[in-house]
Design a protein around this ligand. Structure first.
Ligand code: ADP
Ligand code: ASP
Ligand code: MG
Length: 412
């Protein structure tokens, strides 16, 4: 008998019919001889609606109450799913994050899971019940409700699987697995049978929202096999596994995009030691995470510094940046929200030169201008004008032969 954690995302539980469909799937899994713990998201659109409601009252200023409100979407679905499973004659029980003690730190709206008490879950499983728990929510040391950040139900699921020592964590969603690029943007994207934790971490951090990045970190740390597959089909999906289980490493295995960043440029910056700290320390103290940074060669003692921040943090970052610019005597600050970051990811890049050149050439042939570049061992990212996002993804997907039978496989 296996212990399976099944996580269903928002579109999978979008209405009562779909909740009934999910219930049937859970029951089938249990009847096949498994113990099943189900983790559910809020119904599609519900978390957005709740976030919108909190904005009327300036949620920024009240993170504790924000979490009280936005966590309720998952409380609806755990109860409804438990009812639907019971309707099929199988005992099921829902528990909130507080009842199963999903402990997190105090960072409201972006809390991190510290531990999960599994006693209650195990007790119910031993009685033959299906256990349904909410994604996205936890409690801090005061017992206050916390949430894990958007897309956080994936992380709840893998954390529950790790705490229980489950055999597999299934992420059931509206696509058939992890694809070479977002199948909703690149029509000929191909489903990957397997992907390494390392590549999946890069893809998730670069915008492939099919898995929240922290869920992949949990999976890697605790060796939990993650199986991303469709809620609406029983076909095998994509297994996220250790690197040594990947037979062939592709030079490029995925193309991702992220439209959630904005670009800030401080120009005419005096080029002297210590300036970078003066610019970036106050921004990070305000809790704004900087992604890419580019500094130009200085001419006549002056340079330009360009960096990207999450788009949602731009309003918070700008007054700080302007203040610093005044302080250090920089000439001015500009901003641009209509950018996108497009990246190629692949383990094979480690031993293959020329990937960057191939990427830049393909974009140039489409007339797409590159504004910023950053690279790491297994990825190359460029910032481009947002309106070219889809074109850039499709172009790179084709340039690296990802949609075709003949793949750009690295030589061993
Ligand atoms: P859920 O509600 O089930 O959590 P999400 O919307 O969070 O689902 O994630 C699934 C979506 O991720 C897909 O509908 C797809 O548009 C998007 N996506 C982006 N990149 C990829 C990729 N490389 N492979 C699969 N899906 C991707
Ligand atoms: N409901 C939350 C969200 O929409 C968590 C999740 O679905 O993963 O972000
Ligand atoms: Mg999701």
């Amino acid at each position: 008998m296996a212990l399976i954690v099944q996580k269903f995302g928002g579109t999978s539980v979008a209405d009562v019919d779909r909740i009934r469909h999910v219930a049937q799937r859970v029951v089938d899994t249990q009847k096949a001889g498994n113990d099943v713990v189900v983790v559910v998201s809020a119904m599609a659109g519900e978390t957005d609606r709740l976030v919108g409601l909190t904005r009327s009252f300036g949620a920024e200023a009240n993170p504790r109450e924000y979490d009280v409100v936005v966590s309720t979407g998952e409380q609806q679905t755990i109860g409804l799913l438990a009812m639907a499973i019971q309707e099929l004659g199988v005992p099921a029980r829902s528990f909130t994050g507080s009842q199963v003690r999903i402990h997190t730190d105090e960072a409201h709206a972006r809390a991190r899971i510290a531990s999960i008490d599994t006693e209650r879950i195990r007790k119910e499983l031993a009685r033959g019940w299906v256990v349904v728990v909410p994604g996205f929510q936890g409690i801090d040391s005061e017992g206050d409700i916390t949430t894990l950040g958007r897309g956080g139900s994936d992380t709840s699921a893998v954390a529950v699987a790790a705490a229980l020592g489950a055999d597999v964590c299934e992420i059931l969603t509206d696509v058939a697995g992890v694809f070479t690029s977002d199948p909703n943007v690149v029509p000929n994207a191909r489903k990957l049978d397997r992907i390494s934790y390392e590549e999946m971490l890069e893809m998730a951090s670069l915008g492939a929202k099919v898995l929240q990045i922290r869920s992949v970190k949990f999976g890697k740390r605790y060796g939990i096999p993650i199986h991303v597959r469709s809620t609406f089909s029983t076909d095998e999906g994509t297994w996220v596994v250790p690197e040594d289980e990947i037979m062939e490493s592709l030079v490029v295995s995925g193309v991702t995009y992220n439209r959630n960043e904005a670009k800030v440029t401080m120009f005419g910056v005096p080029d002297r030691p210590g300036v970078a700290t003066q610019v970036f320390a106050p921004i990070s103290e305000a809790g704004v995470v900087i992604d890419m940074i580019v500094q130009n060669v200085s001419t006549q003692g002056l340079t330009d510094i360009t960096f990207t921040v999450p788009r949602g943090d731009l309003e918070k970052a700008l007054p700080i940046v302007r203040g610093v610019a005044d302080e250090i005597g920089a000439a001015g600050v500009t901003q641009d929200s209509s950018i996108a970051k497009v990246s190629v990811v692949g383990l094979g890049m480690r031993d293959h030169a020329g990937v960057a050149g191939q990427m830049f050439r393909a974009l140039a042939e489409e007339g797409i201008n590159i504004q910023m570049i950053s690279t790491s061992e297994i990825k190359i990212s460029v910032v481009i004008e947002e309106k070219y996002t889809e074109l850039a993804c499709r172009t790179l997907h084709d340039a690296f032969g990802l949609g075709l039978d003949e793949l750009a496989t690295a030589e061993p």
